[in-house]
Design a protein around this ligand. Structure first.
Ligand code: NAD
Length: 346
């Protein structure tokens, strides 16, 4: 394993690691640290078959910056970073994560890793042979998705408080449409059903949908999801779902869900504001998973992580209020909040 620092504007540090998987084979990993003024940069390791190193660098930069904002907006003493390993998911093996673990350890805890797309707990266990700077292990707090769902639930409550037509204390009669009934979407649906809300849902996975229909979710066809009548639309499947095509179809008054990068472009936040639709910034409302991972790092209990996820409600509400006061989008208010925290910590 060989690691070198590369110069990247606006980023605290970016490293390129040469993972010597065998005498004939090397894989590249790029670790990007956007900011550590609030604490060590925590962010997962994504394994992806990028076409070029430039593509990998662009992706890791975007993801690392996103993590910095997410941690700062969640009031965590954490910075933001992310790593990508350029490899075909089919060819991932023990040697690769052995080498990668050595690379993470070289950074002396400035970067803490975790699982991400195409990496799992088992891979992180291999990484942990070489470094302590890894979270999301078997013996930890387990799957963070229920905590993410709890945070999203509280984000929906904050959005209802903000909207004058709704009563956040009584969800009976409220209709929430959840796109994606996976790990987060299922728990979210259960919480809302328990409160007496009408829950509609869609999923490409018929089994996942069927399971939730049995629990009381009303099924919606994949292609009808954007034009379906509802009060709250909760994207919990994919990014980019709010885009030029879908934005005019939406019937919801509130968009509040777990998916990352829900807006195809930042301008869509402006458009939603003009339409009077409340948008809960994705990186604020979906921070529950990060809160769970942070609590695991601290050796805290699941209960503590749940309590932290509840606080998303108040924080988001404050951001909505600030947005209203300054006549800016909630997304801009969230960015200002996160940037202020990073600047004050410098
Ligand atoms: P998941 O993979 O368990 O669930 C996603 C579900 O969406 C799956 O059931 C899948 O079949 C479904 N789906 C895919 N394409 C769809 C489509 N076009 N229409 C409807 N359904 C579709 O993932 P998850 O862990 O529940 O996460 C959901 C989203 O939240 C993801 O975007 C994820 O990045 C984000 N997120 C998750 C966490 C977490 O803790 N799990 C934390 C932060 C953000």
């Amino acid at each position: 394993m060989r690691i070198e620092k590369i110069d990247v504007e606006d980023y605290e540090a970016v490293y390129k690691a040469h993972l010597e998987v065998s005498p004939e084979k090397e894989n590249i990993a790029i670790i990007a640290i956007y900011d550590t003024s609030l604490g060590p940069a925590l962010g997962g390791t994504r394994l992806w078959n990028y076409d070029t190193e430039e593509d990998a660098l662009e992706d890791v930069k975007r993801l690392a910056k996103g993590m910095a904002y997410k941690a700062a907006a969640a009031d965590l003493p954490l910075g933001g970073g992310k790593a990508v390993i350029m490899a075909d998911p089919e060819e991932k093996g023990e040697e690769l994560f052995d080498e990668y673990g050595k690379a993470v350890d070289e950074l002396d805890g400035k970067y803490i890793t975790a699982e991400d797309v195409n990496t799992v707990t088992k891979d992180m266990a291999i990484v942990s042979r070489h470094t302590d700077h890894v979270v999301g292990l078997e013996e930890g707090l387990g799957d963070p998705s229920p905590i993410t769902a709890k945070g999203v639930y509280h984000g929906i409550i904050a959005s209802l408080k903000e909207h004058e037509d709704y009563d956040a204390d009584n969800l009976e009669g409220l209709t929430v449409l959840i796109q994606g009934l996976g790990k987060v979407g299922q728990t979210l649906a259960e919480m809302l059903l328990e409160d007496g809300a009408n829950v509609k849902g869609s999923d490409v996975d018929e089994e996942a949908l069927e399971m939730m229909v049995e629990k009381g979710v009303e099924p919606v066809d994949i292609e009808d999801v954007y034009s379906e009548e509802c009060d709250v639309f909760a994207p919990c499947a994919l990014g980019g779902v709010i885009n030029d095509e879908t934005i005019d179809e939406l019937k919801a008054d509130i968009i509040a869900g777990a998916a990352n990068n829900q807006l195809e472009r930042r301008e869509h936040a402006e458009e939603l504001k003009e339409k009077g639709i409340i948008y809960a910034p994705d990186y604020v409302i979906n921070a529950g998973g990060l809160l769970a991972v942070y609590n695991e790092l601290q050796g805290n209990t699941l209960e503590k992580a749940k309590k932290d996820a509840e606080k998303i409600e108040n924080r988001l509400f404050q951001m909505f209020e600030e947005a209203k006061e300054k006549d800016i989008t909630p997304l801009k208010a969230a960015d200002i909040y996160a940037e202020r925290r990073m600047e004050e910590a410098e």
